[in-house]
Each structure stands twice: as C-alpha cells, then as structure tokens.
Design a protein around this ligand. Sequence first.
Ligand code: FNR
Length: 378
Amino acid sequence: NEIYLQGYGGTAPPFTTDATRLEAAAAELMGPEAYSYVAGAAGSGATASANRAAFDRWRLVPRMLTDATERDLSSTVLGTPLPAPVLLAPVGVQSIVHADAERATARAAAALGLPVVLSTASSTSIEDVAEASGDGPRWFQLYWPNDPDVCGSILSRAREAGYTALVVTLDTWTLAWRPSDLDSGYLPFLQGEGMAVPFSDPVFRSRLDKAPEDDLPSAVLRWISMITGTDRGWDALAFLREHWDGPIALKGIQHPDDARRAADAGMDGVVVSNHGGRQVDGAVASLDVLPEIVAAVGDRLEVLFDSGVRTGADVVKALALGARAVLLGRPWVYGLAHGGEDGVRHVLRSLLADLDLTMGLSGHRRITELTPAVLRRA
Ligand code: FNR
C-alpha cells in the first residue's frame, strides 16, 4: 500500500522496482569485476537462462470473487515463523558490492522479519552480522570444511550467535568453470574478501603457519583447500547432525533420489537449487525438477527452492509447485549495490508487494491455497 500511495501521490520510489532494469542499472554502478562475479554463471550461461525460461512455461489462472482483499502470507519454514515464505539466499563476498556489505543486508532483512542465510564466504564475521540482525531471524550456510575441528568451531560460533537453521551447500565442493571470474582472476577471493568467517576462527587460525594478516595468499589457499574435495558420502551427514541441534537443509539438490537420501539421513529440508546456474552449465532448470522432488519427499521434509526467482508471480509458481519457501539471490544484491541497506529493503519490499498483489489478483488469500491446481502449463 505504501509503495502505491507514494506512486499515486507522484513520488517515484528511490530505485526501480523492475528486476531487469535494476540489474542493468547495477551494472553501471558496480565495477566490472564485481558485476561479472554477481551476474556471472557457469560456462555458456545456459542453465542461468533455463532457470528463467522454466518460470515462463507455467501460467497462473486467476479466480474471481474470492474475497481476497485481505491476504495472509505468513508461514513457518524449518521452525522459523515468517511474514512471507521468502528468504535471502546465501551470497558471499558482499564487500565487493557495498562497503556496508552483510551488515546492511542483515539490517534490511531484519526490518522485514525475513531471514538472511549468512554465507560461510561472508566478508563480515558471524558475530558482527548477528549483531546487525537485531531481532531478525538468522540462518547460517555452511561450506563444509574437511577439518572436523574447524567445522565444529564454525558451527558452534553460529549457534552461539543465535543462528537457528543450517543450510549445507553441497553443489560447490569445487568452483565451477565460470569464464567471467576466470578472466578477472577471481580477484575477490585472492584479496581474501570472503574469508571473514575462517579468518576470525581460532581453530582455523591455529592451522596456519602465519596469521592471515602476515601471509594472505597462503591463508586463502589453505581455506580453499579445506572446503574443496569429494571424499565424502551421505554417511558424513551424521557429523553435522552431531554438531548442530537445529534444523538442517541440504542446498543444491536437483535429483529426487538425492532428496530421498537427504530424508533417509534425517535431514529436515532440501533446497532445490542449481546455485543460480553458477555451477553446472547445461544443468536442468531448478523449477523443472521441483515437482518431482516434492513428489518424492514432500511428506518427509521441507522442500525449499531457489534459482531464477525475480517476481511475485515466480514466487507464487514455485510455492504452487510445492516449495515451502523460496530463496532470492541476485536481485537484492543489486539493491545492495544501489543503496546499501535501503537498496536491499527496497528490493525485498517490492517483491513482497508484488507477491501480495499477485496472490490477491489471482484470488488467493493464503499460502496454503497455492497448489498445482492454480497453474496451467503454458
Ligand atoms: C551465490 N550463491 C551462494 N550460495 C551459497 O550456498 N553460498 C554462497 O556463498 C553463495 N554465494 C553466491 C554469490 C553470488 C554473487 C551469487 C549470485 C550467488 C548462490 C545463491 O545462494 C543462490 O543459490 C542463487 O543466487 C539463486 O539464484 P538467483 O536468485 O540468483 O537466480
């Protein structure tokens, strides 16, 4: 309402409310390396494009005279009560986008009651982001170190700092072939921008010959080598269960059998995601696998979704296809580039307003009314 009343009163919002224009404007604002890191995708970008195209193959079928003037978008996701089933996807290295970085994002999300999933590749420490989050809900994303003591230390810091749910990213056990980042020499990483979590960790620091302050390249390489590798199977999840007493979701699930394994391993959720098309070029669109994963495990754990969400209608479609909640990636990062905390808040409020209106105009009052029956295959 606020956004509309301002508009009717002739006051334009501070930044564009259109996701495509926001990205185009962000490209102008951000340096070329930062922009290509955020916008970039694996290989040819085919999967990133497929993520968007998949949404276009589903259409809403609006219903009339359903008394949808008042909507209630609230929901509970992995034990966290939310005003709407929308979360901020984990995004690392935010200092390359704006000086206030993860603190700005945390403040903006907390003001709306939405959780940020704090990345292990954060450029701000777990404790500092927790402080900026105030009373807002807090989730933590793990890039899983192969040193159990380092992993345990990071997890216990997150728990102590009030993070309730853990999202374990499985699809990035090594970085993909990302031409734009290769061309820019992975500058943010080599400068240690996304290393605040390990660099502030006493156990990680004890593994180094020299402090990161004294030998940055070695510290960066040590960390990268700790979070890359394949020598892990599904039984390794027991370690996480032992070290995390809240809900755990596995992110990067794209096959129903993997979702079944997650359920067999006692996980509480999965995030159906292809990392915004940033890992496997040519991988299936995330939305295209959502229905079969919901069919396989929807009664055993919570199925969350990301990759390609840009509009309120996208959120409605993903929820109708069985997602418990969606995670939003790049759009709020562009908001951060535009105006720090205000920019992130603007993007989130716009998406929530768009979602609310799309629900109402389609004739739905509550999230639970969204089922496949409200869609048609285009
Ligand atoms: C990411 N993503 C990501 N995922 C994760 O688990 N840990 C991380 O540190 C990051 N970092 C990251 C940085 C940037 C710049 C982007 C764009 C993405 C992936 C992210 O959580 C999410 O899966 C995708 O961004 C979702 O796709 P959309 O919404 O960007 O299309």
